[in-house]
Design a protein around this ligand. Structure first.
Ligand code: FAD
Ligand code: FES
Length: 279
């Protein structure tokens, strides 16, 4: 099983697209939808380059449903000039979109297996298309598990959808927060601590992991303790990007470019580098 690669992006130059809807998810985090008249085809885990006119471009994961080809969703946290501008967009605003780029989660290849998705913070955004895909073809998978950790209850993304998915009997969803007030009745603690408690078959599971690197390290250790083999674990890496097409070298990660060979990597391929903190 390997990560997929799509050779040709839908758009290699930024397309001006209009924001049709925007939802405030949490402090400084927004999900917005742009519409397109030509079908936009992507695979779960891929990203687009979003251009805020006059400011610059950033890589942003596609967070919507791969089955919906007439709209594209992104979830952005404002941390710098470009991302802040994107989180402040209003309905009707125009942004530039090129992509999709990069490798994808092996969600189609995982059919027949249990799927364990582990997300920390904004890491839920690139996993959301994989969740849509797994739920759309639910009968093709064994157990489907989503473990999600947020900083606090008000940082939880896609809360209505999580509630809706939770009501399904065929998907196991656990949410945990780092800190909460006394009225929070859910889990408190890091997301890796949920892994020993959940039910899945480690020998026949595929794990998809996305979040801050420290969270991914502990998650991988917990998955390995449960007996999940390194070649059944996939993670999404973030590095600074410029060109997104393997030309500029900004996103170099050892011998790979994250924009071209990644952002989704099979863990056994990158384990020696992943364990070196300075890379
Ligand atoms: C494949 C890929 C997918 C990504 N998907 C998303 C996504 O779905 N949503 C999203 O919001 N971002 C995502 N990012 C991160 C995004 O591309 C930008 O790095 C980020 O939005 C900051 O861009 P900026 O130009 O606004 O800030 P910059 O001017 O680059 O940074 C401003 C400050 O924020 C810090 N910073 C930069 N990036 C981050 C970060 N990711 N988290 C916290 N602090 C940071 C910098 O160190 C700096 O101090 C992704 C990156 C990659 C490589
Ligand atoms: S962003 Fe230019 S090589 Fe990856």
């Amino acid at each position: 099983m390997s990560t997929g690669q799509i050779a040709d992006p839908n758009w290699s130059v930024p397309q001006p697209l209009r924001v049709a809807r925007i939802r405030r998810e949490a402090a400084a985090v927004a999900t917005f939808e742009v519409t397109t008249t030509s079908p936009f085809v992507f695979s779960a885990g891929q990203f687009n380059m979003l251009y805020a006119f006059g400011l610059g471009e950033v890589a942003i994961s596609i967070s919507g449903d791969p089955a919906e080809e007439d709209r594209i969703m992104h979830t952005v946290r404002g941390v710098g000039a470009v991302s802040n501008a994107l989180t402040r967009l209003r309905r009707g605003a125009v942004i530039g979109v090129r992509g999709p780029y990069g490798s994808c989660w092996p969600i189609a290849e995982a059919e027949g297996s249990d799927v364990v998705m582990v997300a920390g913070g904004l890491g839920l955004a690139p996993l959301r298309p994989a969740i849509y895909r797994a739920l759309a073809y639910r009968e093709r998978y064994g157990r489907v598990v989503l473990l999600y950790g947020a900083r606090g209850p008000t940082d939880i993304l896609y809360r209505h959808e999580l509630e809706r998915w939770r009501r399904r009997l065929d998907v196991d969803i656990e949410v945990t927060v780092d800190h909460a007030a006394a009225d929070w009745r859910g889990n408190v603690g890091g997301v890796p601590a949920l892994i020993p408690r959940i039910s899945f078959d480690p020998e026949h599971a595929v794990a998809l992991v996305c979040g801050p690197e420290i969270m991914m390290r502990f998650t991988i250790a917990a998955l390995r303790d449960r007996g999940v083999a390194m070649d059944r674990i996939y993670l999404s890496m973030e590095r600074n990007m410029k060109c997104a097409v393997g030309q500029c070298g900004h996103c170099q990660f050892g011998p790979d470019f994250v924009c071209r060979e990644g952002p989704i990597f099979r863990f056994d391929r990158i384990a020696p580098l992943f364990n070196l903190r300075e890379i």
